[in-house]
Design a protein around this ligand. Sequence first.
Ligand SMILES: [Zn+2]
Length: 64
Amino acid sequence: MIEAYCVKCKKKGQKMLNAKITKTARGGFMAKGKCPECGTTMCAVLSKEKAEKAIQNGEAEKGF
Ligand SMILES: [Zn+2]
């Protein structure tokens, strides 16, 4: 699972729901999804390796 910080819960390591991975203009990878507790949109910056792995594992949708 991709983990991210939720600004609303103020908690680290929230497991992202419906994660979608996109590429930034600079060639980096970003995951966007929802907090499982409050539904707030969370973002996480990922390495290329981590992004590809998450897509392969079915943890995240490929959005690029
Ligand atoms: Zn939350």
